[in-house]
Design a protein around this ligand. Sequence first.
Ligand SMILES: [Zn+2]
Length: 324
Amino acid sequence: MKETFKIGELSVASGEKVCRNIIVPGTDYELPITVINGVEDGKVFLATAGVHGCEYPGIQALVELSQEIEPEEVCGAIVFIPVVNPSGFYGRRAYVCPADEKSTNFNHISPGDKNGTLAWKVSAFIFDEIVPQCNFHVDMHSGDIVEDLEEFIAVCATTDPEMEKFCTEVAKHTSFTHRINSHGRRELYNSSAIDRGVPGLLFERGGQGILNWDEAEKDKDDIISICQYLKILDGEPIDNSEGQIYYPRHHWGEAEHTGLFYKFVNTGDEIKKGQKIGEIRDMWGNVLEEIIAKFDARVKISPNSLGLSKGHDTFMYGSTREED
Ligand SMILES: [Zn+2]
């Protein structure tokens, strides 16, 4: 864009690219950020990854795109935060932000609070300084170390039908085969939509702490395609309008007991209403909980860990039918 783009202490002139760490105000927390400010005006696109530190394909995609995209190619501006949670990433910790005294999950606290603990401050910085300057936000995830996941794209939670329609159109211009609508509230991209009016999508691709290069490549292609759809980058976006399958109904299961987790189905399996898909047992084999499918569906995420705690996610499954 023709104007200088500013985030906190960072100032990026028209036609300039800056890749560096910036200090989140009021902390010593270093946030890696890339700003590619084009010469021509256009929309501003934000992609974040590494909210959960061991979800690698999205992180690698933004690391590579930061190096590859040049300001001359951009109309508007592109902002990448390849790792929102560096202490989780370098510390190899699933879900949480170890630098925060409460070891908070970043995805449960948006839009943060500048008077809160570290993770809340970082979250508030992203929401107060960065998100309001953007026209679209993609947050890139995978299954974490203990999760086996089949890829899908999620449309942000919004009460605005026009925004939902727009995000759905954008989602169809990615290579994701499966699409859901989020019912969430405190996740980064949902908060962008709800608290700042910035439409967004969530990528879920990869898992189990694996850097799969094909998945990183697909994430890159899909980010480029969205930027093309938004006219920030030149070229024809992917058109997946015909091929993408919509799951109007989905369910996130939550463990009611701490114990040993046994699954009887795998990610990608079709399951039937009433089917026993998993069990939680105590150390001596007593069944604490049976996990029963609530409707006919396809398993999208399932845990791989033997141990889990009350409140942890169990199966996430979705259905292409609104009702039974
Ligand atoms: Zn995640």
